[in-house]
Design a protein. Structure first.
Length: 444
């Protein structure tokens, strides 16, 4: 699969004067994007192999280049001909260790300790090499050491971040079209499989039972290991339980207190809100989950008291629940959320209050929710996600917020049925989820 979105981002960032930092959840294909897809793209444009320098820092034969000074010298030697341009790929950059500045250590190479200030790290190497006029630098790394927060803190406005996710549904659908006729799947069948197993690249190559084992194992051997190492977490059992709670409560409004209370009711153990917040932030930093904040549609402001969490991949989410889930509506929300993010939308959960008369004629305040408010540039859409609206009461409940808002913003009901776009009796758009996902790239 060519991953055209990310290839285009890399192509557009060539020779922009900044290092390109590719981030994303582990095993989503960052190294493959760089060392296979982008590498072959450069060759197709006439770049010579000798001008593409790839260094895999997790390979034992390159262990000496984990010394930041040795790495810097090695790359400068390879790219010493200033009349030629070089593309430099540094894979698993986090394997480069941080050292005390040798000028302050009698020229010795000494590993830096936490709290040391005068140090040399991979950040210094990356920024230094990017200043070379004949070097265009590309970097990938593990989430145990190189996370979104690190990129913001260490590089600030000195790097171009290309954030990558697992395969989107539209990517998988486009790939499906290229297969021989006897291997192609119907759109709806493809969607149900995607909703269950997600789009982690290696999982795509496996049989269903193997997919489940692979996705479960990813948490044990990769994600939890990374998070525990990164955050020096001692209570791994608590981390495991909190991840399951996030999976079970996908699409629900949560805060640290509510999560802590759920933890206590399940484990019969105490956990404080600060620990919960720290663990949830660890999942956010590792790109395993993302958050959608509440947005007051009438007050026009973010409400930070609670938020919803969605997994970067529904297969990963389902693996936390042994692939048993009762609320397909929230799973549907997760797929739609991810595809909106993939297509460049900013996504919040819309809420507002309305004063209405109750059955006794008294004025009461009611709160309403719009599943997603998606914005991209000047485009804005209100979305309700529903498994089915054939029941009149369900439909009435779903469209009630739209009726009360009564503004000019486009309003859509996305349902888990093979339905092409149509207008209901109130003028709201109703569309099947597959049609919606495949049209997102072109906008509405």
């Amino acid at each position: 699969m060519e991953r055209p979105k990310y290839l285009n981002q890399l192509a557009n960032a060539k020779w922009n004067g900044f290092p390109k930092i590719i981030t994303g959840v582990r095993r989503c294909g960052k190294s493959f994007l760089l060392k296979e897809l982008f590498y072959n793209n450069l060759l197709s444009l006439g770049v010579k192999k000798k001008n593409i320098v790839t260094l895999e820092l997790d390979d034992a034969k390159n262990a000496k280049y984990r010394n930041p000074l040795a790495l810097n010298e090695h790359i400068l030697n390879i790219c010493s001909n200033k009349k030629q341009r070089f593309y430099v790929f540094l894979d698993e950059i986090q394997r480069v260790y941080t050292i005390v500045n040798p000028e302050l250590a009698d020229g010795k190479i000494i590993l830096a300790k936490e709290g040391d200030s005068e140090v040399i790290s991979f950040v210094d190497v990356v920024l230094g090499l990017s200043h070379e006029s004949n070097i265009d630098l590309y970097v990938t790394g593990s989430n145990s050491k190189m996370l979104s927060s690190d990129i913001v803190t260490e590089f600030r406005d000195k790097a171009t971040e290309i954030h990558m996710g697992p395969l989107s549904f539209s990517e998988i659908y486009e790939h499906n079209l290229t297969l021989p006729e006897n291997q192609k799947k119907e759109k709806q069948d493809l969607f149900y499989e995607y909703m269950r197993y997600g789009g982690m690249p290696l999982a795509m190559q496996k049989e269903p039972s193997e997919k489940e084992s692979y996705l479960k194992e990813l948490f044990k051997t990769t994600y939890f290991k990374d998070i525990i190492e990164r955050n020096k977490i001692r209570k791994s059992e608590a981390l495991d339980e909190l991840c399951t709670i996030l999976a079970d409560c996908t699409g629900e409004f949560l805060n640290a207190e509510k999560i802590a209370n759920t933890f206590v009711s399940r484990r019969h153990e105490k956990i404080d809100k600060e620990t919960v917040s720290a663990y949830v932030n660890a999942f956010l930093d590792a790109f395993i989950v993302a958050e959608a904040r509440r947005y007051d549609l009438k007050g026009r402001n973010i409400i930070n008291s609670v938020r919803k969490y969605y997994f970067c991949d529904t297969g990963l989410r389902n693996s936390r629940l042994d692939f048993m889930y009762s609320d397909e509506g929230h799973l549907l929300e997760n797929v739609v959320y991810n595809e909106l993010i993939y297509n460049g939308y900013n996504v919040n959960v819309g809420t507002f209050d309305s004063v209405e008369k109750d059955v006794q004629g008294k004025s009461v305040r009611k709160s309403y929710e719009v599943d997603f408010m998606a914005t991209k540039g000047s485009e804005k859409i209100y979305l309700q996600i529903a498994d089915n609206i054939s029941d009149s009461e369900t439909k009435k409940r779903e469209i009630r917020p739209f009726v009360l808002l009564n503004d000019q913003i486009k309003k859509m009901i996305v349902i888990n049925r093979p339905v092409k776009e149509m207008q209901d009796e109130k003028g709201f758009t109703v569309i099947g989820v597959v049609e919606f996902l495949l049209r997102l790239a072109d906008g509405f």
